[in-house]
Design a protein around this ligand. Structure first.
Ligand code: NAP
Length: 259
């Protein structure tokens, strides 16, 4: 299917690896010029090259921390007038809420709520003027089914979700949509790091831990960043102009509810 977005411009945050990279690659395959960010230059430039070689689109790489004002300013300056914004950043650490300080909370809110809101604020009005805009926020299945040890993530991402639910209805008439993608378990560095720690705690190998975890998902496997990216590309397509304010859970059937 031609997604009708060839020649559009996207900013995909936190995209040298994992889910962000998957979104950037899928958008590029559909002919979108992409600006990608990450804090570490080496892997970011490698990913930029891979996307260029695979797709032939223009790819700009901007190294910086997207959760800081300077990082966001650099990304926005390099990306120019964007039609598509994919909000993403690393997730907060797990832990016990009794140990978290106000600073821990501010850090999580900055990364997983306020950074997305700042980037929406900086880009939405020009999108409205141009009568096309697609904003996709990468959140987490934990917004729908909270995980106790991920309280910082549950709280911050649910805050972003509530904010987006309110404003998504105000921009739809201008063909500017906002939706959230909620990943379940995807095979990325982040997941492997978490599972490595879990395997160590249990005294089993990473392979054993991964196999057990994958078997707990109805699909019998983890998701791939490219599956995630293709879902993102659909939400950014011309055809998805009537889809806004939604939360799409992509988890291989792990969430057991009817809705
Ligand atoms: P990942 O494989 O570790 O990739 C994270 C990417 O984000 C890297 O490119 C990293 O590069 C970049 N990044 C991290 N913090 C950044 C920052 N402050 N500024 C700019 N770039 C930054 O992680 P992932 O699995 O794709 O996860 C992406 C998001 O989805 C996270 O918020 C995660 O919590 C959430 N999530 C993931 C899963 C899953 O199963 N994978 C499930 C639920 C939610 P640098 O380190 O070089 O900056």
């Amino acid at each position: 299917m031609d997604l009708g977005i060839r020649g559009k411009k996207a900013l995909v945050c936190a995209a040298s690896k994992g889910l962000g990279r998957g979104c950037a690659m899928s958008l590029a395959k559909d002919g979108v010029d992409v600006t990608i960010t990450a804090r570490t230059l080496g892997p970011l430039e490698e990913t930029a090259d891979e996307i260029r070689q695979a797709t032939g689109v223009n790819v700009t790489a901007v190294a910086g921390d997207i959760t800081t004002e300077e990082g966001r300013a650099a990304a926005l300056a390099a990306a120019g007038d964007i039609d598509i914004l994919v909000n993403n950043a690393g997730g907060p650490p797990p832990g016990n809420f009794r140990d978290w300080t106000r600073d821990d909370w501010i850090k999580a809110l900055d990364a997983n709520m306020l950074t997305g809101i700042e980037l929406i604020k900086a880009t939405v009005d020009p999108m409205i003027e141009r009568k096309f805009g697609r904003i996709v926020n990468i959140t987490s299945s934990a917004v729908k089914a909270p995980i106790d040890i991920l309280g910082l993530s549950n709280g911050a991402r649910t805050g972003l979700t509530g904010f987006v639910a309110g404003i998504a209805r105000t921009t739809a008439q201008h063909n500017v949509t906002m939706n959230n993608l909620l990943p379940g378990r995807f095979d990325t560095d982040r997941l492997r790091n978490t599972e490595t720690a879990a395997a160590k705690n249990r005294g089993i190998t990473l392979e054993e831990q991964m196999a057990e975890r994958a078997a707990s998902i109805p699909a019998g496997r983890f998701g791939t960043p490219s599956e995630f990216g293709d879902a993102c590309a659909y939400l950014c397509s011309a055809q998805a102009g009537f889809v806004t304010g939604q939360n799409f859970l992509i988890d291989g059937g792990l969430y057991p509810g009817t809705f």
